[in-house]
Write a protein of this length. Structure first.
Length: 413
C-alpha cells in the first residue's frame, strides 16, 4: 500500500479533472490510500465521485483570488498551488501523515515544495504546456517579461518532478519542443481511459429534449463553453449542410450542444451567448439544443440519443469526448490534428477533417446520404476503445508507477 496525494487547481468537470478522479479511483481499487487536494471545488459543478465519498477531497486556498481585476490569472494559479503544496507539506509534518507519492497536473509550481519539504516522490502529468495556452504575440514589453518569467518557472519546476507523463504522443512532441532544457528527461505517454461500467447504465430520459420521430440524424457536440473549443464550427457545419443538401424541412437533422459552464468565468458566459447568437444568425436555432453542466447520467443519455458525435477543437491535447462516444457505439467527426488523430481512425471509426465549415459539413452530410455508415463506424469505434483504451491498462500503469517510486526499481514500469 502506498499513500498517494493528488494536487489539482480546480476540481471541475473537464477532461483533466476526469483523469484525476479516474486515477484516484484506480489506485484505491489496488489498495492504495488516496486523497485529492484542490484549490477550488464547486459541488454543483463537479464529478459525483468527488462528493459522494468515493474519493476524499480537501479544499485549500479557495480564498485566494483567481485574478486581479481580470489580470494575472496564471500568477494567481501559481500562487494557489504553492499554497496548497505548503499546506499539505506542513500537515504531513505536524500530523505524521506522510504521503509517499504526489501527483500534480496543469500547474507545476507546487513540485519543488512537495519534493523538498516532504522528501516524497512527485509525478507531473502534463496535459499541455501552460505557456502555449497564452499567446504572447500581442503582449506589450512588460507583459512579455512577466510571461517569460512564468514560462521559465514552469519549465524549471516541471523538470524537478521525479516522473513526467503526457496524455498523448501529440502532447509529448509539443512538450519536447517547448521545454528544450528537459531534452534529457524521459517522458512517458499514459492515455486517459474511461470507466466502461459508468456508461453501461440506463439513464433517465432528458425532459427538455424531444427526439423527433421524423429526424434522420442527431449530431452531438460536448465541450466546455470556451472559444478554443470551436463549437461554432458545429453550428456553421449544420447550416452549410442544409444549404448543400437543399433540405426544405430542417427538422430532418438536429444539433445538441452540451458543455461545462462556470458563471464565474467571463469566457464561459460570453462563449455561450455568442453560440446562441450564431445559431440565430445562421437560422438554425430551431433545431439546435443547448445544455449547461450536464450530469454524467445526462451525458450518457445524450450519447445514446445522438447518432453522430462532433468534436470541433483544433490541436486538442487528447480529447476524452471521442473515446466516450466511440464506446457508446457512435461515429466521430473530428479535426485532423492533435489527440483525435491517435484515437479516431479515419474512414473506420469516424472522419478526420479540416477545421472549416465546408469540409466539416461534407462529413456530416456523409451520414445523411449513407446512414448505414453510422452503425459500421460505431461498432468499429467501440471495439477500438475496448481493445486499446481500457481502464485496466490505465490502472496497471499508475499502480506500477507509484509502487516503483515508493519502494524502488524492483517494480517494473
Amino acid at each position: 500500500m502506498v499513500r498517494v496525494a493528488f494536487l489539482h487547481p480546480d476540481l471541475g468537470i473537464g477532461g483533466a479533472e476526469r483523469l484525476v478522479v479516474d486515477a484516484a479511483l484506480a489506485l484505491q481499487k489496488r489498495g492504495h490510500e488516496v486523497h485529492v487536494f484542490t484549490a477550488h471545488h464547486d459541488k454543483k459543478r463537479c464529478f459525483p465521485e468527488t462528493t459522494n465519498g468515493s474519493v476524499g477531497v480537501t479544499i485549500i486556498g479557495n480564498w485566494i483570488p483567481r485574478h486581479f481585476f481580470e489580470k494575472g490569472h496564471a500568477l494567481c494559479a501559481y500562487i494557489k498551488m504553492v499554497y496548497v503544496a505548503l499546506y499539505v507539506s506542513l500537515m504531513s509534518l505536524l500530523f505524521w501523515r506522510r504521503y509517499e507519492v504526489f501527483m500534480c497536473d496543469q500547474v507545476s509550481t507546487c513540485v519543488p515544495f512537495l519534493k523538498y519539504c516532504t522528501r516524497a516522490k512527485v509525478i507531473f502529468y502534463c496535459h499541455y504546456p501552460d505557456q502555449l495556452l497564452t499567446s504572447t504575440f500581442s503582449l506589450s514589453g512588460s507583459r512579455k517579461v512577466y510571461r517569460s518569467v512564468l514560462n521559465w518557472i514552469e519549465e524549471k519546476t516541471t523538470g524537478m518532478a521525479d516522473e513526467i507523463l503526457c496524455n498523448s504522443l501529440y502532447t509529448k512532441e509539443t512538450f519536447e519542443k517547448t521545454f528544450r532544457s528537459l531534452y534529457h528527461r524521459r517522458v512517458n505517454v499514459v492515455y486517459p481511459s474511461i470507466d466502461f461500467s459508468s456508461f453501461d447504465i440506463d439513464p433517465p430520459p432528458i425532459p427538455n429534449l424531444v427526439k423527433p420521430s421524423s429526424r434522420k440524424v442527431i449530431f452531438l457536440a460536448i465541450s466546455r463553453y470556451e472559444k478554443k473549443k470551436n463549437v461554432r464550427l458545429a453550428i456553421e457545419g449544420i447550416s452549410k449542410m442544409f444549404t448543400k443538401y437543399s433540405i426544405y424541412d430542417r427538422m430532418d437533422a438536429h444539433l445538441i450542444i452540451a458543455g461545462g459552464y462556470d458563471p464565474r468565468l467571463r469566457e464561459n458566459v460570453e462563449c455561450y451567448n455568442q453560440l446562441r447568437i450564431c445559431a440565430d444568425q445562421f437560422q438554425v436555432s430551431r433545431i439546435v439544443y443547448f445544455f449547461k453542466n450536464v450530469t454524467h447520467e445526462e451525458k450518457v443519455a445524450l450519447l445514446r440519443t445522438c447518432d453522430v458525435f462532433l468534436y470541433t477543437p483544433s490541436k486538442e491535447h487528447f480529447g476524452i469526448g471521442p473515446l466516450e462516444a466511440m464506446y457508446m457505439g457512435k461515429p466521430v467527426i473530428a479535426i485532423n490534428d492533435g489527440g483525435p488523430v491517435e484515437t479516431v481512425i479515419h474512414g473506420e471509426t469516424g472522419w478526420l477533417t479540416a477545421p472549416d465549415a465546408d469540409h466539416f459539413s461534407d462529413r456530416m452530410l456523409n451520414f445523411i446520404h449513407h446512414p448505414e455508415d453510422m452503425k459500421k463506424f460505431g461498432e468499429a469505434g467501440r471495439k477500438r476503445v475496448k481493445e486499446i483504451f481500457t481502464q485496466e491498462k490505465f490502472v496497471d500503469t499508475f499502480d506500477s508507477l507509484v509502487k516503483q517510486l515508493a519502494h524502488g526499481p524492483d517494480y517494473d514500469y
